[in-house]
Design a protein around this ligand. Sequence first.
Ligand code: FAD
Length: 558
Amino acid sequence: MRLLSFTRLTFHLAFALRCTAQAGEQVVLHGSESDSACHNACKALKSSLPQQTYHSLTPDSVPAPDLVSSFFAIQQQEVIPACWLTPTSAQDVSIAINIIREYGCHFAVKSGGHAPSARMSSAEGGVTIDMRLFDSVEILEGGVGGREGARIGTGGRWGEVYKKLELFGKTVVGGRDRRVGVGGLMLGGGISFISRRNGWAIDNILNYEVILANGTIAQISQSTAPDLYWAFRGGGNNFGIVTNFDLATYPLTQAWGGYNFFLLSDMSSRLSTLNLPPPAPFTLTTKLLSLLGNLINDIACKLGYCTTISDWLNAYLSTLEKEQYDLDAQLIGALAYVPKLDIWTALANNIHTKPTINPPVFSAFRKLPHVYSSNRLANFSTFHKELNDWNEGGFRQIWGALTIKPSFPLMQELLSIFLEESNSIKHIKDIIPSTVFQAITTDEISHMSSNGGNCLGLLPSDAPLIISSFTIGYSGTPGGREDEAVSAVGRRVRERWEKMAKEMGLWHPYVYINYADVEQDVFAGYGEENRERLRQIQRKWDPEGVFGERLQPGGFKV
Ligand SMILES: Cc1cc2nc3c(=O)[nH]c(=O)nc-3n(C[C@H](O)[C@H](O)[C@H](O)COP(=O)(O)OP(=O)(O)OC[C@H]3O[C@@H](n4cnc5c(N)ncnc54)[C@H](O)[C@@H]3O)c2cc1C
């Protein structure tokens, strides 16, 4: 259990005071035009949708205790809206959009709240629309467009979605972590355990139920509005508020796999070759723990339990070789810092989506000495829970993403850059830097042209590609030294990674929106032609810019 720090307590008190004042309707927020527009919009919402609008988060009025804490990143939790809305129907969302547009108040839409940066799905001084009550899962009898399907509410969490589908012996292409929300993942891409065989989530959506900028409730599919359907397949929050997704379903199977952890024998020699700044101000306790951690690592290596970064990287790349390649495999390879012991470990989350014990595709990993492995046959829900157990929320976050051609020398360089930059922030409380490799295969991309195609701009001839991403979790005060230091590291890693990949001729412009930092221009990576088409579609369907920068500034804008 983490204790609420004094700073966070102060923040929550300020938050409660401000919200309570709003509840009394006696305060005009800040006095600026936008604040009074939002104050009036919130009053109108309260009058039209009294049960769904909350000015205040005082204990009596909290609609759900985790309304704030359900955001994954602390930076999002700290954003204070003028009011919250928790709509229960498409009609509610339509009413809300009409009011918001009329008053010119800015807003944000939240499904599972796992976007990492402030204001991506929360509106400072505006209206935060929390879609949590759209959490139904319904099998569509008779299917959709000749395919078996299910209607999934945007506000559900993947763990609950899969549980409900399991009762019918079905699954869908969705998130791998049970706590992640449906909406955000489905609007950006959606890499799942079954993506090699069935494509990304956006290529499995047969129909969207959407609230458009003029408040219309519309069904958007390839047959009803092909341009908007194409734009929704990867275009993020720029085109409307989705209430439900009709998704293709697949038969549920058992799967094999789990987490594998590797200690590294070459980390200290590798670190010594890097251009590392002077040691950070460690305390006596952290220094002692560091000595202990490194001692444990050394002893484990002497006993033969360690591998090297090179062997781990080679094992990762072997899974993409023709002879090993497997349509039912999914692999997340990561290098992560363990702050308590001041050591780096490598891991492989390897999943085979058929009940095949020790599938050959992962044989290179099995040959590496490891210190922990949870590989076993299990239901998918076990693997979704396991992924969640290793990805705790409730920290500040800085992320970044890059796409490259698979290359041992380049991936070595990217790891070195990440190690070098992370070293300067190792002393920050609760720091967990980790860097992740995930492949995009020809099979995945081949689904991207189905049913009119998606807007990501990826071609089968580009594959195989690797998404190289990083996340840095940490604790600190809002806008404090920690934010400054970690943001600077994140920026440098992104810049140096891109420069290195370009210099080696292995850079690809695509940036996965769901792993990107808010500073990254993800739509540039979709290609100029696709971006221009997205802008035209936005102008056609949303001429007043309701879902663009003007009223919905958070998230990635076309
Ligand atoms: C622990 C963890 C595990 C992850 N695992 C995976 C994974 O396995 N595969 C993968 O592909 N990605 C994964 N991701 C990335 C994830 O897809 C993104 O973070 C995604 O944005 C989360 O969706 P959400 O609904 O929880 O987020 P939110 O923060 O609620 O939304 C994200 C964005 O989508 C917009 N949005 C949300 N709902 C709607 C809606 N109904 N209508 C219009 N706009 C909307 C928001 O405004 C915001 O801009 C993971 C992230 C984390 C933190």
